[in-house]
Design a protein around this ligand. Structure first.
Ligand code: 3HC
Length: 303
């Protein structure tokens, strides 16, 4: 039965999440449903309101599937929601945090600016982390005074469903910080894997070039999009084919990650661009979020 709060780890009670998009709201949800107090912060109240709505929807979806009375299910949603506070001020949001998870957009300057603010306002022993999917921890942490309390927590979309959490350590991350991050991952019900600060960590380093190989296969006209998707679902037991997954992740995100690696490692053919993907992104066809990418979602409720 799910309506019990899992036991949180001793030194982490309060979590601040900076950025309330898809990832930030998912991280807030799984932290709160594990009994932690959460402050979710973003620059716009609108984004926070939207995030709270989507968390409520996701919790209701999860509660619906569990055993228990309607009241128990409603109480679970209400109790979990009550653990999440929101703030449009990042400095205030992180004041009481034992753990800060930055889930803002993938912009190195923005992240550096945020961490300067966070380090100034957070407790001296708070652990600071980033959910970056492709930027280097070393680059993000450049301006931090204490890099030993800094690490990476890379979640996967949809956060409440995906069981994995990548825990990333830079050359500076202390053993104590790393051990606490692993414990946090276990406490929120994720299976943790460890990786060094390297391009794309484990999953994206393998996944993004795979998605690009599928696009290039289609560009060469070796096979149709739907056949490539069917092949990977039925022949490799993937829940989504590469085109469905690229639309789900966001074509702008796929392009951003690959462009970053291509600039950093220009001689690696695995990181070469795709003209088709570039064209779709230029046209604003970014996948499910814009209702069109490789496929059209105009007649579905899928987001
Ligand atoms: N909240 C709560 N529950 C959710 C949910 C959400 N946001 N989204 C899906 N679910 C639940 C549903 O309730 C359902 O549960 P049930 O089977 O017990 O009834 C289950 O998940 C399956 O959902 P659906 O029936 O709606 O749809 P699918 O069966 O098609 O599954 C999916 C959807 C879970 C997204 C599945 O297609 C999938 O696993 N796809 C691959 C996702 C993936 O690879 N993600 C990683 C992307 S890479 C990444 O995030 C890294 C980044 O850095 C780029």
């Amino acid at each position: 039965m799910m309506f019990t709060t899992k036991c949180a780890i001793q030194n982490i009670r309060n979590v601040a999440i900076v950025g309330s998009g898809l990832m930030g709201s998912g991280i807030a949800q799984v932290s709160a449903s594990s009994g932690l107090n959460v402050v979710l912060s973003d620059v716009k109240q609108d984004s926070l309101d939207k995030a709270m709505k989507s968390i409520n929807k996701s919790l209701t979806r999860i509660a619906k599937k569990q055993n228990g009375s309607d009241k128990e299910k409603a109480d679970y949603v209400t109790l979990t929601m009550s653990r999440i506070k929101t703030s449009t001020n990042v400095s205030t949001a992180v004041t009481d945090a034992d753990l800060v998870i930055e889930a803002a957009i993938e912009n190195i300057e923005l992240k550096r600016g945020l961490f300067a603010q966070i380090e100034q306002s957070a407790k001296k022993d708070a652990i600071l982390t980033t959910n970056t999917s492709s930027l280097s921890l070393e680059d993000i942490a450049k301006g931090l005074d204490d890099k030993t309390r800094f690490g990476g927590l890379h979640f996967f979309n949809p956060v409440p469903v995906m069981k994995l959490l990548e825990v990333i350590r830079s050359d500076h991350t202390s053993d104590e910080t790393f051990a606490t991050l692993i414990k946090y991952g276990t406490a929120i019900g994720k299976t943790t894997v460890a990786c060094k600060d390297s391009p794309g960590f484990i999953v994206n380093r393998l996944l993004i070039p795979y998605l690009f190989q599928a696009i290039k296969m289609y560009e060469r006209e070796d096979a149709s999009m739907t056949d490539i998707d069917a092949a990977m679902k039925l022949g490799a037991s993937h829940p989504m084919g590469p085109f469905e997954l690229a639309d789900y992740v966001g074509l702008d995100t796929c392009k951003f990650i690959m462009d970053g690696w291509a600039a950093k490692y220009p001689d690696n053919p695995a990181f070469a661009a795709s003209p088709l993907l570039d064209a779709l992104v230029a046209e604003g066809k970014l996948g499910r979020k814009t209702k069109e990418g490789f496929y059209s979602y105009k007649n579905t409720n899928k987001q």
